[in-house]
Write a protein that binds this ligand. Sequence first.
Ligand code: ASP
Length: 344
Amino acid sequence: MKNTISYNNTNHLLSIDQFDRDSVEKLFRIADMMKPITTRQKICRVLEGAVLGNLFFEASTRTRVSFGAAFCRLGGSVCDTTGFTFSSMAKGESISDTSKVISGYVDIMVIRHPEIGSVAQFANATNIPVVNGGDGPGEHPSQALLDLYTILTEFDKLNKTIDGSHIAIVGDLKYGRTVHSLIKLLSLYKGLKISLISPNILKMPKYLIDQASTKGNVIEEKNSITSGLENVDVIYATRLQKERFTSEIDIDSESSFQINLAKLNLYCKKDTIVMHPLPRDSRPGSYDLSTDLDKDPRLAIFRQADNGINIRMAIFSSLLEVDDLIERSMKDAKWKSPKILRPI
Ligand code: ASP
């Protein structure tokens, strides 16, 4: 199949701006095809011999490991670097030089870097595919794709449709790159109400709201949870991106944006789903998404994280143009794995 992800006629995934509804849904059908592999029933070696360069110049657990695992589950191998301090960039090497050098070693790169626009610079200096794994407070397109895929999967179980739904995005909307990509993606759908709930100092950048509003959805900004959560179908909570703050913020405003069981029961419906890109800060006093929701079936965060593998496999097979080969090259997995992956 012709690659559904293209950027200036090259196979890079840099921004959600590259997608329309059709190409997103094509990618999701490829992600669906991966289910026998991600549920460990089947194996597939379509990327045998290919090497992924997983270059993370900022902290990561999920994105780095899930991109790596997705590549391995398609039969490829992974070379990793982690942290800025241990890279040649700490010796003054430019993005362009790093990208040109790594192009000689691997077949595709996933890059996370603290500066906005940096991953596009990597892409401009190479002819191998580059995937944006998070460029500072810019975008995190693979996260938004797996978030939307999760919303659609959860809605399917609840007999709901995304068109016409009400989605609340809560927390640090200024620096949270996942929500910057997510609002662009949601705006490809129709009749949505999107409530952006954040402290005044952490509001979603205006250009993103303007861009999303042109598509005809209702976007409202709220500075309090009490007025924003009623009748929502999805709560998408986020962590305060303290590593990007330039000054201290008032702790009281943090606590009032925490999503917990009491607030969910008070303001929301019985079938509201609760999402978070993770990590959540579970340390006492952190006021992130509360752990008192952990046994509530509305909490979708681990199902959401699991979907990251399907989506990232779909991204690789699309960018490397092997998606046509997936179904027919599956074989039975031989090892024993638990039916339920984690205690509930
Ligand atoms: N893991 C996500 C990111 O890298 C969200 C977060 O860190 O809060 O942007």
